[in-house]
Design a protein around this ligand. Structure first.
Ligand SMILES: N[C@@H](CCC(=O)N[C@@H](CS)C(=O)NCC(=O)O)C(=O)O
Length: 269
């Protein structure tokens, strides 16, 4: 990648990861360097354009493998919102660094920084904020009963499944048992229990997506969780209806470009 090879680009990407003030500084320095080194103008112009563009963009703090970040990436894509990605490597503990705790004191990803600097945390709160500020296409049905059903399905994943298998819980299981195999088995079982319920809730349905003809908050939540289930080597064949809906989701660019492998910080499997 350019940013790995060229020191200036590297400095620029680091600046982007720190927030909005540093990129502005870089922009100003770039403009002043243009007046001194006019011959560099064509090479520096893309940085200038990128930096200015970045000021008009929200920043999504996340991690490629984080399924809560993945939910927000899908919702942003469905709403047609482009963001700058600031990444924090969870295994290296970067989400517990002081500069990230200043953004989200809970030390979890995702966090979304709006164009005017407001910080939003908790994936479902972020998605509901997007829904309220950019209503089209809707991620929740209009009917209150139907909305409650979609939300209940999403909460099975976001409240009753994912929190039991996130990194800090698995680290606790590891330290309590001293046994990596036990931690992996725990994560697999939690995923199987949550997704078994999702399968039961949707089996017998014939719609392309979980709750109808278009993707909703329900699909946004269960698709990344299926990704976790695969990572923890769950027996995914037990969820034929979820797999069928997942295939329909993956036919959409919004879902395809949100997968961990397609993120700027992705690592080989
Ligand atoms: N309920 C939160 C969960 C956020 C969460 O647990 N994020 C994980 C990544 S998917 C994380 O940051 N884990 C770091 C850790 O457990 O130390 C949400 O939906 O945003």
């Amino acid at each position: 990648m350019l940013s790995r090879r060229v020191p200036f680009f590297r400095a620029y990407s680091v600046a982007l990861d720190r927030g909005k003030e540093l990129p502005l500084l870089v922009t100003i320095l770039t403009i002043s360097s243009l007046s001194n080194f006019v011959h560099l103008a064509p090479a520096l112009a893309p940085i200038y354009v990128h930096a200015l563009g970045n000021h008009l963009m929200m920043i999504l703090h996340g991690f490629f493998r984080s399924s809560a970040s993945w939910r927000v990436r899908i919702a942003l894509n469905l709403k047609g919102v482009r963001v700058h990605h600031a990444t924090h490597h969870l295994r290296r503990g970067e989400h517990r660094a002081a500069d990230y705790l200043a953004i989200n004191p809970q030390g979890l990803v995702p966090a979304l920084v709006t164009e005017d600097g407001h910080v939003l945390t908790q994936s479902l709160a972020i998605i509901e904020w997007l829904e309220e500020t950019i209503p089209q296409p809707p991620l929740l049905p209009a009917d209150p009963l139907a909305r409650a059903r979609v939300r209940a399905f999403a909460y099975v994943i976001a409240c009753d499944t994912h929190p039991l298998q996130n990194l800090k819980v698995l680290n606790d299981v590891r330290s309590l048992t001293g046994d990596e195999a036990a931690a992996q088995a725990w994560a697999r079982r939690v995923n199987e229990q949550g997704l078994d319920w999702c399968e039961r809730a949707l089996s017998g349905g014939a719609t392309p997506f979980a709750f109808g003809a278009a993707p909703s908050l329900a699909d946004i939540c269960f698709v990344p969780q299926l990704g976790n289930a695969r990572r923890f080597k769950a027996d995914i064949a037990r969820w034929p209806r979820l797999l069928e809906i997942e295939a329909n989701c993956m036919a959409l660019d919004a879902f395809k470009s949100a997968v961990p492998e397609n993120q700027p910080d992705a690592e080989p499997a």
